[in-house]
Design a protein around this ligand. Sequence first.
Ligand code: CU
Length: 542
Amino acid sequence: MPEPQGNLTRRQILGIGGAFGLLTTASLAGAAALARRPATTGAELRTAAALPPPYQVPLPLPAVARPVSTDGGTDRYEIVQRETSAEILPGLRTPLWTYGGSFPGPTIEARRGRPVTVTHRNELPVPTVVHLHGGRTPADSDGYPTDLVLPAAWPQTPQTMPGMDGAGGHGGGTGTGMTDPRAVTSRLRRDYTFPNDQRPTLLWYHDHRMDFTAPALWRGLAGLHIVRDDAEDALGLPAGPHEIPLMITDRAFTADGALTYPSLDPALRDRPGVTEPHLAGVLGDVVLVNGAPWPVHETDAARHRLRLLNASNARHYELEARTEDGRRLDLVQIGADQGLLAAPVTHRSLPVAPAERHDLVVDFAAAPVGSLVRIVNRLGTGRTRDVMAFRIARPAPADDSRIPPRLATDLPDWRREDAVRTRDFAFRAGRMNGGHGWLIGGRPFDPARTDVTVPLGDTEIWRLIADVHHPVHLHLVGFRILTRGGRPPLPHDAGLKDTVSLRPGESAEIITRFDGYRGRYLFHCHNAEHEDMGMMANLEVV
Ligand SMILES: [Cu+2]
């Protein structure tokens, strides 16, 4: 059982319905059926290949992308999306879909307020869409799921949604004939412009194609994008070799090293979705960090800034740092999804849902030289309990890094009374086109329907409620968590977020101001399989 969830009793479900009055009798039946399933997010795939022992493979650090031009105040990059293979499991080659030939893709290093333009060229066999997760991005560069970049040989006309013509598509082959008249497709390439006019933080870019995001992510279409500024640089946080990005994913492999994924259409062309045991989310039995299985990173006994991203499709982790003599090292959280906290928060263990980021400082001075500090997943079983390790190879040179007691003073202080309206959204299982779906407010995603219209500049409270675990993500804006389960937020809910992890049966209230840009955006569950099976909605800022 990779994680506890889904164990809603009928009474709990009724209680939730009573709280917000959102659940109908029909959806209750669906939720009750779901609740009878095993207490997991989907079924775990089994790897057939021989697996390396933990803490043998060195931790890779993703290469930093080199701009092709820095003229005119903009950094320009070119990334080719292409198939390749890489040695992930020792001695085997794994075919991948990549940004620039590597998984993770190249890291984009950006400065606050300095725009970046990335020209993506699609040499993959299917359409793609790039979304910068957490980016405050104009709508035409935000990677709307139907704004496809078609490969050279893709047969459909640009105005036809792939798979939306009755041959399959949304709804798994029921032929809903759904089209999106507002889609702006291009052939072969597209320029995405990111102003980076936002708080410094760790963002990530990944594929966001309608109906097929989950398998594209699984095949390797993910990379990091870091925004920095002078104020953050001046804090004296651990830097250089002591600042390490950690992209955590889970995968499963065939005997010859290929990735396993339970797609209904392995070519990812026509019929979206996964086989029945995996409807709640696809879990692998191999934990990769920066694309390497249970890696080890050799370093010195200094403070380290660990910039953590859970890029897994569906797996939740609860992480702790353990020394060989069984002590837990403090995880000092300095930042959340959308940048620095006002002040550090110390955790003993820290949950991280798909798409969430935590910015942490861990002091390895507390571990003896020559020992291992293991990063452990308390929600895992068997080998998914292990994540990675740091080998403390040498004493630190004088460590002049620090964690200031005040980290940031620019966090928005939206108050409840600032909100001009409150909206309710239920995230739960339901029927979609005659099959299983994941719905928001009882409806599956339809690109042609506007679900929420917000005037630019308005502050709103959104009350979210979940049946099973749903990490809910809003495009364009960061938000603050006001309450969780009717109580004050948890310690790891501090700061500015763009993804809130709703636990089974839980509600949360978030508050945000919709500013930045007008246009068509999204909010959705970031369990990637849920997202592909309908759990997405349109947010129009006007
Ligand atoms: Cu979900």
